[in-house]
Design a protein. Structure first.
Length: 418
């Protein structure tokens, strides 16, 4: 079982696509694996026969544990299982390689597009017209999320089976999109009680562990400030009049935070137990809602990028997160996090710090608000922000100075050009 994220301890088998005795190739998808961040298709790095499956569907395999063994038909693999049982922490690839090998699966997402194209058959089969479409569960789910009719896809898997990469490479213009139906809840008759129990996904389980650990170990305190966004709104309109990439208010907040962090490196720090690590790079994560929970794509070196670059990268990462194509390097390494619920019509809120960060910024909506200026009441576009701070790292004065600098950048966007 490969390590697919920095917090992953095990992967749960969502679906096996091969059974013992099947012949497999290095580019075959053998299983869908659910991690704490996403569900990913995995494939082995060797050709051969599937001799052994470690766990059944729905069960977990620890990182570096054996999920499958591939070799030649009839070969003895018991020595590999014995070695793995005696030393559970020993990586599978260091086990004896003869005569069979424990094949560590590789995530499909890690393969570059060019490689994926080379792996596709030269003459893909025709679209499946059977009522029962031959497709992996992950491919079906992804097609539904994208509004793609899976019957229009040409499968590149075994026997024309539609797999994730077929959905990812599909051009939507080739067929009309199908609207995603809203879930239907079956309520009980009058006077009757009922409920539905939903098993925890790996992502939801890790979110619970990670944020509960943050909330109850890091002493949180909160600083709220009102930002006048009139000039930011004018600046955004002027930028979007000429920019090929449309800049959002969240992009402005990312850039402003990155510039403020350069002035206040204490906020760009992490609590390491017996020391504080002050990061010399600025990687800003933005919380994104997906079906299974939350994921935080990271804009690396955000202080060194223009608003257009930030906007383009943010849109790409968010699309990848929601289509389950995001890779571990793209959602790890954050030094500061932003959670924006302004588009959900939320006035203000507090957020739980996202480890290993020492702070997270909660952003509310922009709303016309009466304020007093020079003794007169005027209407200004106000946005409320709340900084959650880990008091072990950031004191109130440090957090306040950071917010003052952030306020300066957002209320006068020209200062971000300096």
């Amino acid at each position: 079982m490969p390590l697919l994220s920095d917090t992953m301890k095990e992967g749960v088998i969502a679906e096996w696509h091969k059974k013992v005795g099947d012949t497999v190739k290095s580019d075959d998808v053998i299983a869908d694996v659910e991690t704490d961040k996403a569900t990913m298709e995995v494939m082995p790095y060797v050709d051969g026969t599937l001799l052994y499956i470690g766990v059944e569907k729905g069960k977990g395999v620890p990182v570096n544990g054996i999920m499958a063994i591939i070799g030649k038909p009839g070969e003895d693999f018991q020595s590999i299982l014995d070695a793995d049982k005696n030393n559970a922490s020993k990586p599978a690839e260091t086990a004896p390689a003869q005569p069979a090998v424990a094949a560590a699966p590789q995530p499909v997402q890690s393969a570059p597009v060019a490689t994926t194209a080379q792996q596709a058959p030269a003459t893909p089969p025709e679209p499946n017209t059977d009522d029962r479409v031959k497709a992996s569960p992950l491919a079906k789910k992804l097609a539904e999320e994208k509004g793609v009719d899976i019957n229009n896809l040409k499968g590149s898997g075994d026997n024309g089976r539609v797999i994730k990469r077929d959905v990812d490479s599909y051009t939507p213009s080739a067929a009309p999109q199908v609207a995603k139906a809203a879930p239907v809840v079956q309520y009980q008759p009058v006077g009757a009680e009922g409920y539905t129990d939903t098993p925890l996904s790996q992502m939801r389980r890790i979110i619970a562990q990670k944020l509960a650990g943050s909330k109850f170990s890091a002493p949180h305190f909160y600083l709220t400030m009102s930002i006048t966004m009139d000039k930011a709104m004018d600046a955004r309109k002027a930028i979007n009049d000429i920019s090929p990439v449309k800049v959002s208010f969240n992009d402005l907040v990312i850039k402003a935070c990155a510039m403020a962090l350069r002035r206040h490196p204490e906020v760009n720090s992490s609590w390491m137990g017996d020391f504080i690590r002050q990061n010399h790079h600025i990687h800003i994560g933005t919380a994104v809602s997906v079906d299974e929970g939350l994921i935080v794509p990271v804009i690396k070196f955000a202080d060194q990028k223009s608003l257009s670059q930030i906007s383009d990268e943010a849109k790409t990462l968010i699309d990848k997160a929601r289509s389950k194509k995001i890779t571990p390097p793209e959602f790890t390494g954050n030094t500061f996090t932003i959670s924006n619920l302004g588009m959900m019509d939320i006035d203000e809120f507090t957020a739980i710090i996202n480890p290993p960060d020492s702070c997270i910024l909660a952003v509310g909506k922009i709303a016309p608000t009466p304020v007093v200026e020079n003794g007169a009441v005027v209407i200004r576009q106000i946005m409320k922000i709340t900084l959650s701070c880990d008091h072990r790292v950031v004191d109130g004065a440090v957090g306040s100075r950071f917010l003052q600098t952030l306020k300066t950048h957002l209320e006068n966007p020209v200062t971000m050009l300096a």
